[in-house]
Design a protein around this ligand. Structure first.
Ligand code: ASP
Length: 466
């Protein structure tokens, strides 16, 4: 039985398991709060009700010890009801206590506000940190959001498909994490910055509707809302236009909020659509916070940003893609793209979804015509050789009868951070890394053994110290 269920068993003897949250001795009688994942309950320990071994155990137990407890569930008198506790209407009078495991004194008090404890320490002892109800609640709601998304997309006939983690460097604009190959010394896999090419290849494979709750890896400097590995809700559809993908995603977000976060209010439905140029002019950025009152934590102001330029100029004066090289231009610009003319005026089918000033997703209709992708890559300044080497498989696939397709990816960690009213994505990830990409609990990254280096054909050059 869970601790939350005890309130339905007044007058019965029950057995519960959990952690000693607090212990208070009042002369002969002691009290503990026993905690499991569902709730805390007050337990009264009266020596006369306990067998001899249990009496001894009571004298020994301390916070965070793990126990099995049998006792009688008693209704609390009216004046002693604690409205702040789920189990505030009852208390348990223990008849037996068994110690399942002892615990060292926690390195930080679990009832202390998490913001007052150093994050390094919280991450080093993440398993202790996760025992707090607020952290558990984040995990529960993350699970519920994943579950909701899976159900919704399953009903719309999407297939959930896993794509490789050991893959090839993709041109998404960030630095890759690489994995050395043992079979081919000197060659490297790259961890995916997103499943972009695989999901497009699934469309070439006739899948039509794909999604994945996918781990993505980008070797960037970590910031408040970035992690070296993060999770996307990634999807792709065939035979669709920009409008179809936007509407499906808008409905998914509305249903998700309405059912899982009924206390929240979506500021405007349908979500406002703002062109890139209007956003830049009015807000000075392309992820505007359009909340009427940014103080209100329960308002969700979603908006779409559309009509991005297809290409941007780099500082060196070359063209670069504004999102990814596979985005198609709007149909009226396709001729310009293939002719490589009026490049600066080409508008993309890219759409971003923004929530309270955070970009929580983005996607586009893709180029399914090999000629148009070749033109894009050539505008970006890629040589024919580089195009063949890096994108040959994509061009061949597009030429094999690939349907028109498009998709989107949400940054799930960021979305959850906003929904859970948290200040950092690290609060909604079970085992995040520190700001500089370390895991203080596992102590990674770490050096590897010389034998491993030799097997991989690697030697390590120490960077000269600054
Ligand atoms: N792969 C893109 C990204 O990670 C999203 C998309 O266009 O579907 O940003």
């Amino acid at each position: 039985m869970t601790i939350a269920e005890t309130i339905h068993h007044i007058g019965e003897t029950i057995t519960i398991f959990g952690w000693v949250d607090t212990k208070r001795d009042h002369g002969k009688i002691s009290f503990i709060d026993l905690r499991d994942r569902t709730a805390k309950v007050q337990v009264v320990l009266i020596p006369a009700s306990l067998d001899e071994q249990s009496q001894k155990n009571v004298s020994e137990i301390r916070p965070e010890w793990v126990i099995k407890l049998t006792g009688l569930v008693k209704a609390r008198p009216e004046r002693l009801i604690n409205p702040d506790l789920i189990t505030g209407t009852v208390e348990i009078e223990a008849t037996s206590i068994e110690i399942l495991n002892q615990a060292t004194t926690p390195v930080f008090p679990l009832d202390q506000d998490k913001n007052e404890i150093s994050e390094e320490l919280r991450l080093q002892y993440r398993y202790l940190d996760l025992r707090r109800s607020a952290m558990y609640r984040n995990l529960v709601n993350r699970h519920k959001v994943n579950h909701f998304i899976r159900n919704f997309l399953n009903q719309k006939e999407f297939l959930e498909i896993e794509t490789p983690i050991l893959t090839k460097s993709t041109p998404e604009g960030a630095r890759d994490f690489v994995v050395p190959s043992r079979h081919e010394n000197g060659s490297f896999y790259a961890l995916p910055q997103s499943p972009q090419q695989y999901k497009q290849l699934l469309m070439a494979g006739g899948v039509e509707r794909y999604f994945q709750i996918a781990r993505c890896f980008r070797d960037e400097d970590t910031r408040k809302d970035r992690q070296p590995e993060f999770t996307q809700l990634d999807m792709e559809m065939s035979f669709v236009e920009q409008e179809d993908i936007m509407q499906l995603n808008e409905q998914l977000l509305i249903d998700l909020v309405t059912q899982l976060y009924p206390e929240k209010r979506i500021q405007t439905i349908p979500f406002p659509r703002i062109s890139y140029s209007e956003a830049m002019e009015k807000y000075g950025n392309d992820r505007p916070d359009i909340r009427e009152n940014p103080e209100d934590p329960d308002v969700l102001a979603f908006c779409w940003i559309v009509d991005f330029p297809q290409f941007e100029k780099t500082e060196e004066g070359n063209w670069t893609f504004s999102h990814n090289p596979f985005s198609a231009p709007k149909p009226e610009y396709i001729d310009d793209l293939i002719a490589k003319s009026n490049i600066e005026t080409i508008i993309s089918t890219q759409y971003d979804i923004v929530l309270n000033g955070f970009e929580i997703g983005g996607g586009s209709i893709r180029t399914h015509n090999p000629e148009a992708l070749r033109a894009t890559l050539s505008i970006l300044g890629y040589s024919d050789e580089l195009i063949e080497d890096s994108f040959g498989h994509m061009l061949t696939a597009l030429a094999s009868g690939t349907p028109p397709h498009g998709g989107i990816a949400w940054g799930l960690d960021r979305l959850l951070t906003v929904l859970q009213n948290e200040s950092s994505i690290r609060e909604v990830i079970a085992f995040p890394k520190t700001g500089d990409g370390r895991d203080p609990m596992m102590q990674s990254p770490s050096q590897i053994h010389l034998d491993q280096l030799l097997e991989l054909g690697l030697s390590v050059l120490k960077k000269p110290s600054a």
